[in-house]
Design a protein around this ligand. Structure first.
Ligand code: PBG
Length: 331
């Protein structure tokens, strides 16, 4: 029936799969997906993380196997997090070349060279016995500038181990500039900085704390941002750009799509976002109960990030999603 003689019918472009493919505005690239991975010191078997079904704490060997899977799937890189056996007040394991994160980086670098982009988390929380992202002053507060000194050493240790990209995630003021300076002084001017620019004090990091055996008491609200703020993120962007960030990130992902869009509109450099542990856990939990279609929800959520302005997405589902996309799937 053509009763109303409507000249404008948007449904015309939705009528078939080829028509929808023709006009699809956003496509996900496997090479834009980055896989976060955990490597645990002393582990002889991969250790499951109960709050993140399907994600494990790797041994050095299973990490290499995961690197091969990531390379085969065509993902854009892997972001490494270390889980040390021993922690102390200043996070010594983070700067020690034999610390687990640096050892794992060296192992991957040896194995893959420049074929796989190796990114390293540049933060102290996995290595400190109090669980904070920095060192503490005598009153127990996170000491910004003392922390920057350790970050500078950590950056050089990670670069020496073979990291292509370092990801400062501690939200200390001046971290990007100090790290850039330290890397350049040590001759690592090609090591790239993926700055956690707008990182919120989020309850969505819950499962990550299990993943890295975190010993944190309290919260990170004196350095991570208030979920209520948006303007602050645009200011953080300006600062990180001025300090030399090569790529900027908004984190978490789905609850902060508005922030992502605003940062993407303003940023002169590529923008990443991180679908964090709690986002992943919620999808897994609902899918396990049969309440949602896991593959479709994952592809839809990743597409939302790209549509909102992300050039790069960190996701625990990177390998699977890359594989689905290469098989022709879309949201
Ligand atoms: C800090 C860091 C955290 C995450 C990435 N880097 C935890 C935190 O800030 O408390 C969270 C990632 C996730 O939840 O998946 N090194």
């Amino acid at each position: 029936m053509n009763q109303y003689h409507l000249p404008v019918r948007p449904r015309r472009l939705r009528q078939s799969a080829p028509m929808r493919a023709l006009v699809r505005e956003t496509t996900l690239r496997p090479s834009a997906l980055v896989l976060p991975v955990f490597v645990r010191e002393g582990a002889t078997e991969p250790q499951p993380i109960t709050s993140m079904p399907g994600v494990v704490q790797h041994t050095l060997d299973s990490l290499v196997a995961e690197g091969h899977r990531a390379l085969e799937a065509g993902v854009g890189g892997i972001m490494l997090f270390g889980v040390p056996e021993a922690k102390d007040a200043v996070g010594s394991g983070a700067v020690d070349p034999d610390g687990i994160l640096n050892l794992a980086t060296a192992r991957l670098s040896e194995q893959f060279g420049d074929d796989l982009l190796i990114m390293t988390d540049l933060c102290l929380d996995e290595f400190t016995d109090h669980g904070h992202c920095g060192v503490l002053d005598e009153r127990g507060r996170v000491d910004n500038d003392a922390t920057l000194e350790v970050y500078a050493q950590m950056a050089v240790a990670q670069a020496e181990a073979g990291a292509h990209v370092v990801g400062p995630s501690g939200m200390m003021d001046g971290q990007v500039g100090v790290i850039r300076h330290a890397l350049d002084d040590a001759g690592f001017d090609d090591v790239t900085i993926l700055a956690y620019t707008a990182k919120y004090a989020s309850a969505f990091y819950g499962p990550f704390r299990e993943a890295v055996n975190s010993s944190l008491q309290g919260d990170r609200r004196t350095y991570q941002q208030d979920p209520a703020n948006l303007r602050e993120s645009l200011y953080e962007l300006e600062l990180d750009i001025a300090e030399g960030a090569d790529i900027v990130m908004v984190k978490p992902g789905m609850p902060y799509l508005d922030v992502l869009t605003r940062v993407a509109e303003a940023s002169p450099v590529p923008v990443a976002t991180y679908q964090v542990s709690g986002e992943y856990a919620m999808i897994q939990a609902a899918a396990e109960r049969g309440w949602i279609d896991r593959q479709r929800v994952i592809l839809e959520s990743l597409t939302s990030f790209a549509r909102a302005g992300a050039d790069i997405v960190l996701t625990y589902a990177a390998i699977e999603a890359a594989t689905w996309i290469r098989e022709g799937a879309h949201a």
